[in-house]
Design a protein around this ligand. Structure first.
Ligand code: ATP
Ligand code: MG
Length: 357
C-alpha cells in the first residue's frame, strides 16, 4: 500500500546471555520478512548490558537515551548476569528507556501455539488466545511511600499506588482499540474495587466512561483474583485484558505459564503516540543456565520482531512471521529442548525463515 514504510532504523540491544543468541536469529527473519515487501531494515547494534556494566560501571553510555531517541524502534534481547543485581540491570537500562520514551503500554500476546504441550489438560490452541494490555507507567509501581521506625518492632512500611484519570483513560483506550480490531471484540478489565476503594473504583469509573466510546466492544470487569482463576478454568472466554501495573505483572506470568514455554512469549513496550520509539523483546531473561550453548529458543524473539514490524506499519511482514512460527512449531519442524526437541537456535531460525514464503 502507499503508506507502507520503505525503510526503518532499528536500535538493537542484544544484552546478555541468550539475548546475544536469539536476537541475531530474530534479525535474520525480520530482514527476510520485510524484504519480501520491498522494505529495508537498518539495524544498529549497541553493546549495552551487564558486560558493559562490568567494564565501565554503567549499563549504557551516558548519551544512550539521546542516541536511541533517533531510531524508529528498539529491539531488546535480555539484560541480567550472575553477579549484577537485578536492580542495576532493570533500573539502569529498562526503566529509563520505558520512562524516557513514555512507553506506557505493555502488550503481551498469550497464546497456546499448535503443537506446544501446555499445562492445561484438554485445552487446544483455539482456547488460549489472549492479549494483556498492562499499564506500564504508574499504579502500584509508582515508587511512592516509605518506612518509619526502621529496624524496630514498630516499623511501618507504606507503599502508595498512584492512579490518574489520564493514565487510566489512555491505557483503556488502547485496549478498547485493540479489542475492536479482534474478531471476538471482548475486553476484560482487571479490577479489585471491592477491596481497593480508591484506586480501583477510579479505575472502574474511567474504564466505564471509555467503554461508552466503543459500544461494539463487550467489556466486562472481573476482580483480579477471579480473573486469574478464569484464565485457567475458562481461558476461551478471555480475549483482551486491560490491567494496572501490578495486576498485569502477575496475570502475564500466569499467561506465559499457560502458553507452555517462556521461550515462545514476546512482549512490547509501546508509546502509542509514536512521539518516541517503542521497545520489543522476548519476555524471558538472560537464562545463564543455557547461555553459550546455542540451544535457546528464538521463537519469542522472532515473534517480538514481528510485533515491532507491525508497530512500524509492516503488517504483512508481521502476519507472515507469525504464520511461519505457527507452521514450524505446529507442523513438526525443528524444536529447541525447552519444547522437547533437539534442534539449536540457528536450526529453528532457519526453518522459520524458510517457512516465510
Ligand atoms: P534473568 O535474571 O536474566 O531474568 P533468569 O534465569 O531469572 O534470568 P530466565 O532467563 O527468564 O530467568 O529463565 C528462566 C528459565 O527458563 C531458565 O531455566 C531458562 O533456561 C529458561 N528459558 C528462558 N528463556 C528461554 C529460551 N528462549 N529458550 C529456552 N529456555 C529458556
Ligand atoms: Mg529473571
Amino acid at each position: 500500500t502507499a503508506s507502507l514504510p520503505r525503510t526503518a532504523r532499528i536500535a538493537v540491544i542484544a544484552g546478555d546471555g541468550i539475548g546475544t543468541e536469539v536476537i541475531p536469529a530474530g534479525i535474520d527473519v525480520m530482514h527476510r520478512a520485510a524484504g519480501m515487501d520491498g522494505c529495508t531494515l537498518e539495524f544498529t547494534e549497541f553493546p549495552w548490558g551487564c558486560e558493559y556494566y562490568q567494564r565501565t560501571g554503567t549499563m549504557m553510555s551516558a548519551d544512550a537515551l539521546d542516541i536511541l531517541s533517533d531510531f524508529d524502534a528498539i529491539y531488546l534481547g535480555a539484560v541480567g548476569a550472575p553477579g549484577v543485581p537485578d536492580h542495576v540491570s532493570v533500573w539502569e537500562l529498562i526503566l529509563p528507556i520505558r520512562q524516557r520514551f513514555d512507553q506506557y503500554v505493555n502488550l503481551r500476546p498469550m497464546r497456546l501455539l499448535q503443537g506446544v504441550p501446555g499445562p492445561l489438560a484438554g485445552r487446544s490452541p483455539a482456547d488460549i488466545d489472549m492479549v494483556c494490555i498492562r499499564e506500564n507507567s504508574e499504579g502500584e509501581y509508582s515508587g511512592l511511600g516509605g518506612r518509619m521506625h526502621r529496624g524496630t518492632k514498630h516499623e511501618v512500611a507504606e507503599q502508595t499506588g498512584l492512579f490518574t484519570w489520564r493514565g487510566i483513560d489512555r491505557i483503556a483506550r488502547y485496549a478498547f482499540e485493540l479489542a475492536q480490531r479482534r474478531p471476538r471484540k471482548l475486553l476484560a478489565s482487571a479490577t479489585k474495587s471491592n477491596a481497593l476503594q480508591h484506586s480501583m473504583v477510579l479505575w472502574d469509573e474511567v474504564v466505564e466512561s471509555v467503554a461508552a466510546d466503543y459500544t461494539d466492544v463487550t467489556c466486562r470487569k472481573y476482580h483480579v483474583d477471579a480473573l486469574a482463576a478464569r484464565m485457567v478454568t475458562h481461558p476461551q472466554t478471555i480475549d483482551v485484558i486491560v490491567s494496572s501495573n501490578l495486576f498485569g505483572d502477575i496475570l502475564t506470568d500466569l499467561g506465559a505459564a499457560i502458553s507452555g514455554s517462556l521461550g515462545v512469549a514476546p512482549g512490547a513496550n509501546i508509546n502509542p503516540e509514536r512521539t518516541h520509539p517503542s521497545m520489543f523483546e522476548p519476555i524471558h531473561g538472560s537464562a545463564p543456565d543455557i547461555a553459550g550453548k546455542g540451544i535457546a529458543n528464538p521463537i519469542a524473539s522472532i515473534w517480538a520482531g514481528a510485533l515491532l514490524l507491525d508497530h512500524l506499519g509492516m503488517t504483512a511482514a508481521h502476519d507472515r512471521m507469525v504464520r511461519a512460527i505457527e507452521r514450524v512449531v505446529g507442523e513438526g519442524g525443528p524444536r529447541t529442548p525447552d519444547l522437547g526437541g533437539t534442534a539449536n537456535t540457528r536450526d529453528v531460525a532457519a526453518a522459520v525463515t524458510d517457512a516465510l514464503s
